[in-house]
Design a protein around this ligand. Structure first.
Ligand code: PEP
Ligand code: MG
Length: 572
């Protein structure tokens, strides 16, 4: 086993704690004939009892931490685990067919799962998912392996996983999870983005951390340099504690800039805003001196649950964010589901290329009831703050026009019914598909603002899946092709008197910051923890000076050339 594993630094900071493997165990089973039938049935009973005990504990914990809605999922699981209509046929199979309980359980459960899944009824389909989950848990007990229960963790841990889905990440207990590391994923995968909004260090894309570590190993996550250190010696531990302290000192320095406006050395103001995933993240935005929210990824409201959020739930979430931000701008992005963000309860067909598929605005324009519910919640919340709305994944003018028309229809209806709606909501769009960057001049006539989503814009321009570390070398934010597209969008906006922001990860990247300042970007939206370092950097940069080199930079032919130029001229 290696002592140092390298990966991609996905969220800054140093964390030291015990490893907690969030790895799903191998549950493959074989068909066997059993002789001691009664003993086998007792073994099954024991596994069920242990599962019930675990589920009860998870339910209670969930109730306390996340409320009755989320806890209800485990009520449903407990019903399944105690259901004689499921358990008795398994016992009968063991008794009469002399089958091992593992195999009997799988056979009976599969029968029920198939039956429920094929019913034309959402409620019954969800029961199939419950049976699948409970079966896994009982099987794990029968096989003597354990299913991870991260919500029950009661000591500081570092989560080690192959990958973390955004909903896994959203369910991590912020009190005890000190950091995480994964085998797959890149800097712009959504688990990395969530780690930054939770302000915990993370190293992703290590390829092998799940194999190189075991539960309980002491692990250091170096989210500054992208390393994971396993079972360090006393000396190494000391070195990292010092590194942790000096990072803290640096953070204390940055903290002094919290109340300052973001001004370049030649007095040009840009807005430094934050990307958030949940209303809970607002606290971190204000603590880090955010001048606004440049991207509220609303899809997290829809994830980690088994049905769509109601209009009322959404209204409460949006209102909370707007009220807590006061008069600071809050750009809310409408539902951007798809890609690596799935909603199992929508039962959408599996796609060959989910990042190029039926997602975001494409889905919203087709399933308008979902879209309209969200828009109504937003419009109603608009009177509580400074709301701006933007649509994700716009590829054509027609999509933007349709989305805007639907928004205005909902507004008219609300107003006609006597509901107050703000009159100054700006309506903008994400520029994350090359087609929309290329005709940004035409979009600029119809939108109030642009927000450039470089995470997707780079993946689509370079044709390189943002989740695949094998092609992550093509994530090249300083590539002249990307810089030219960004420049086109900013110029198009300014020509029409509109503003252009950026909410992709590039906006918080220290090498990109001088370039973007020089190109005239108006708003930089990033992880809350990047705001103060960015403010400190911008204070030392002159917009006018960098703008003089704009033509030279845009005429370069490789990312390396651009990087070398920035390092030589604009980095201290
Ligand atoms: C982007 O694509 O740059 C973006 C900000 O959106 P997301 O990362 O949520 O796809
Ligand atoms: Mg995107």
């Amino acid at each position: 086993m290696k002592n140092t594993i390298s990966g991609i630094a996905a969220s800054q900071g140093i964390a030291i704690a015990k490893a907690y493997h969030l790895v799903h165990p191998d549950l493959t089973i074989e068909k066997k004939e059993v002789i001691e039938v009664e003993a086998e049935i007792a073994r099954l009973d024991q596994a069920i009892q242990e599962s019930v005990k675990e589920l009860t504990a998870i339910k209670e914990h969930t109730l306390k931490e996340l409320g009755p809605d989320k806890a209800a999922i485990f009520d449903a699981h407990l019903l399944v685990a105690n259901d004689p209509e499921l358990i008795q046929p398994i016992k009968d199979k063991v008794k009469h067919e002399k089958l091992n309980p593992e195999f009997a359980l799988r056979e009976v459960a599969d029968l029920f799962i198939n039956m429920f899944e094929n019913m034309d009824n959402e409620y019954m389909k969800e029961r199939a998912a419950d049976i699948r989950d409970v079966t896994k848990r009982v099987l794990a007990h029968l096989l003597g392996v354990s299913i991870p229960n991260p919500s029950l963790v009661t000591e500081d841990v570092i989560i080690v996983a192959e990958d973390l889905t955004p909903s896994d990440t959203a369910q991590l207990n912020r009190q005890f999870v000190k950091g995480f590391t994964t085998d797959i994923g890149g800097r712009t995968s959504h688990s990395a983005i969530m780690a930054r909004s939770m302000e915990i260090p993370a190293v992703v894309g290590t390829k092998s951390v799940t194999k190189e570590t075991k539960n309980g190993d002491v692990i250091i996550i170096d989210g500054l340099d992208g390393n994971v250190i396993v079972n360090p010696t006393e000396e190494i531990l000391l070195q990292y504690k010092e590194k942790q302290q000096s990072y803290q000192k640096q953070k204390d320095e940055w903290a002094k800039l919290k109340e300052e406006k973001t001004l370049s050395s030649d007095g040009h103001h840009v807005e430094l805003a934050a990307n958030i995933g949940t209303p809970k993240d607002v606290k971190g935005v204000l603590e880090n001196g955010g001048e606004g929210i440049g991207l509220y990824r609303t899809e997290f409201l829809y994830m980690g649950r088994d049905q769509l959020p109601t209009e009322e739930e959404q209204f409460e979430a949006y209102k909370t964010v707007l009220e807590n931000m006061g008069d600071k701008p809050v750009v809310v992005r409408t539902l951007d589901i798809g890609g690596d963000k799935e909603l199992p309860y929508l039962h959408l067909p599996k796609e060959m290329n989910p990042f190029l598929g039926f997602r975001a605005i494409r889905l919203c324009l087709e399933q308008q009831d979902i879209f309209r519910t969200q828009l109504r919640a937003l419009l109603r919340a608009s009177v509580y703050g400074n709301l701006k709305i933007m649509f994700p994944m716009i590829a054509t003018l027609d999509e933007f026009r349709q989305a805007k028309t639907i928004l205005l229809e909902e507004k008219d209806q609300l107003v006609a019914g006597g509901t107050k709606v703000s009159d100054s909501i700006e309506i903008g769009m994400m520029v994350e598909i090359p087609s929309s960057a290329i005709i940004a001049d035409q979009f600029a006539k119809e939108v109030d603002f642009f927000s450039i989503g470089t995470n997707d814009l780079i993946q689509y321009t370079m044709a390189a899946d943002r989740m695949n570390e094998q092609v992550s070398y093509l994530y090249q934010p300083y590539h002249p092709a990307i810089l030219r597209l960004v420049n086109m969008v900013i110029e198009a906006a300014h020509k029409e008197g509109k503003w252009a922001g950026m909410c992709g990860e590039m906006a918080g990247d220290p090498i990109a910051i001088p370039l973007l300042l020089g190109l005239g970007l108006d708003e930089f939206s990033m992880s809350a923890t990047s705001i103060l370092p960015a403010r400190s950097q911008l204070k030392g940069l002159s917009k006018e000076e960098i703008s003089k080199h704009k033509h030279t930079i845009l005429s370069m032919s490789t990312s390396e050339e651009v990087m070398a130029f920035v390092n030589e001229h604009f980095m201290k």
